[in-house]
Design a protein around this ligand. Structure first.
Ligand code: HPA
Length: 265
């Protein structure tokens, strides 16, 4: 895998923190970043382009409370047909330009019965049910070949975010995220099985990026927006619209939480 030709403006900016904005959460870049510049993925030689409707595909860079951030407004999903190396290429690019902390966000279905749509869940851990791993056939010698995964999501930073949530009366859940490939939602039997395996929420992203970030020794934080009760728990049909609508309805709360996380990092 050859690294994309990273635009000089991104390298020069020297971002410290990377953010990946999940389905329906892309607004964060416009709402909370003091934007310095934007680079559409299509302008980067060797970069894939997101195909999901409603996902803008660009890097937005700037500052949040004085911290230099680079943000992915739109990510690449395995279910779009990209190779794992393409899904995680932006993490390699972020590593290359000096990013040391990564916030990965996503929309997810709630499996834990204590969760209601509109809740946020800090990832305490994950289960990779993608059936593959982004480090298979890795080309390049950077990072650890067999990364330790005993604490993917940084415990210290999580504790700070948890304390912030408590102090601000935010009902922040914490739990285990299980990644499936999608793009079909799960069956009720799958959701029951994932619950027995220990999953609190299910989604179609995040795990590949988190694994690659850990390979590079980045500090990782994961935040899910629980947009719906997972199949079988919810008695209604699941739709992408419902996911987007819920994410949109908690826009300011999500933005406060993520901005606080960045300021604590
Ligand atoms: N399942 C998988 N991915 C999701 C869901 C879900 O219920 N909601 C949002 N993303």
């Amino acid at each position: 895998m050859i690294l994309p030709k990273i635009p000089q403006e991104l390298t020069d900016f020297k971002p410290e923190i990377g953010l990946i904005l999940g389905s329906g959460l892309g607004f964060f870049a416009d709402d909370r970043i003091e934007v310095v510049g934007r680079v559409p993925y299509g302008d980067i030689e060797g970069f894939p382009v997101s195909t999901v409707q409603g996902h803008v595909g660009q890097f937005v860079y700037g500052t949040i409370e004085g911290k230099r951030v680079i943000c992915m407004q739109g990510r690449f999903h395995f279910y779009e047909g990209y190779a794992m190396s393409q899904v995680t290429l932006p993490i390699r690019a972020m590593h290359e330009i000096g990013v040391r902390t990564l916030f990965v966000t996503n929309a997810a279905g709630g499996i834990n019965l204590d969760f209601v749509p509109g809740n946020f869940m800090l990832l305490s851990d994950h289960i990779n049910a993608l059936g593959t791993n982004p480090l298979i056939a890795w080309k390049g010698s950077e990072g650890v070949q067999f990364p330790d995964m005993s604490e993917v999501y940084d415990g210290e930073l999580r504790a700070k975010i948890r304390d912030w949530a408590k102090a601000h009366s935010v009902d922040l859940k914490e739990g285990i995220y299980l990644a499936t490939t999608g793009p079909s939602f799960e069956t009720p039997a799958e959701v029951r099985a994932f619950g027995i395996l220990g999953a609190d929420a299910v989604g179609m992203s995040t795990v590949p990026e988190a694994i690659v970030a850990r390979k590079f020794g980045m500090r990782v934080i994961g935040i899910s927006c629980i947009t719906n009760a997972a199949a079988g728990i919810s008695k209604t049909e699941l739709t992408h619209e419902e996911v987007s609508e819920t994410a949109d309805s908690v826009r300011p709360q999500f933005a406060d939480l993520l901005a606080a996380g960045v300021s604590l990092a």
